[in-house]
Design a protein around this ligand. Sequence first.
Ligand code: NAP
Length: 255
Amino acid sequence: MAIKVIIAGFKGKMGQAAYKMVLEDEELELIGLVDPFATEKNVAGVPVFTDKTDLTALEADVWVDFTTPAVAYENTKFALENGFAPVVGTTGFTAEQIDELKSLSARKALGGLIAPNFAIGAILLMQFAAQAAKYLPNVEIIELHHDNKKDAPSGTAIKTAELISETRQSLKQGATDEEELLAGARGAEVDGMRIHSVRLPGLVAHQEVIFGAQGEGLTLRHDSYDRISFMSGVNLGIKEVVKRQQLVYGLEQLL
Ligand code: NAP
């Protein structure tokens, strides 16, 4: 039987890519679309909902979310409370919110996925970065995105820093008497390492992790040139969460 899917944020850039992916997969059935500002009642026969509370009676398996950081937590909670396994690409969750959602999913015995990045190359970049940080603790992260992105730094950059922190010896980088002549010049700080956010039209989603040591450097870089790069991960997420009873954070947990 096909997995019944709802897509929240279907009019956005990621939502549109997810919409096409779900329609093209015979193992998936699109049964609802959510956008609070939509005026159409359906799209190609699929009902459109402007108020998520109207979805409670819908017998869906999975809630795919590509909305905005401001509503992602409430949406994910709503999905879990109503028996829809969430597959969430929207970024901007706090660590506390992720913990709360993990507990809620366990209580409901419902699978779920919050993935700051669905691209396989980005997952590999994070893992390679964590491996390198064991030997090269001086590291800076530069993430580059299109200029409509609402949150900074990116969820991927935060997740990369968290994974690096697990293997890297804690270290405050830069000169001890370093002084910012312009606020923010050295970027955001996580455990003594720095994250820099670039926003430019023309970009999609890109990240560099730069390591420095005596007389040498190592640069890891991933580029999503097209949103199609995220869709095999979203597809895998949908098919995996329905088999599980616990929400996980990071696509690598399902690979
Ligand atoms: P986008 O083009 O701005 O799309 C977001 C869509 O959600 C918009 O159409 C927006 O409508 C709609 N929306 C706002 N509030 C909503 C609500 N309460 N319910 C349903 N829909 C709502 O942004 P995007 O580039 O698609 O990105 C969406 C999210 O995915 C961002 O958080 C981004 O960082 C993240 N992302 C994740 C990955 C990943 O691999 N995990 C990759 C790329 C992007 P309006 O425009 O009318 O407000």
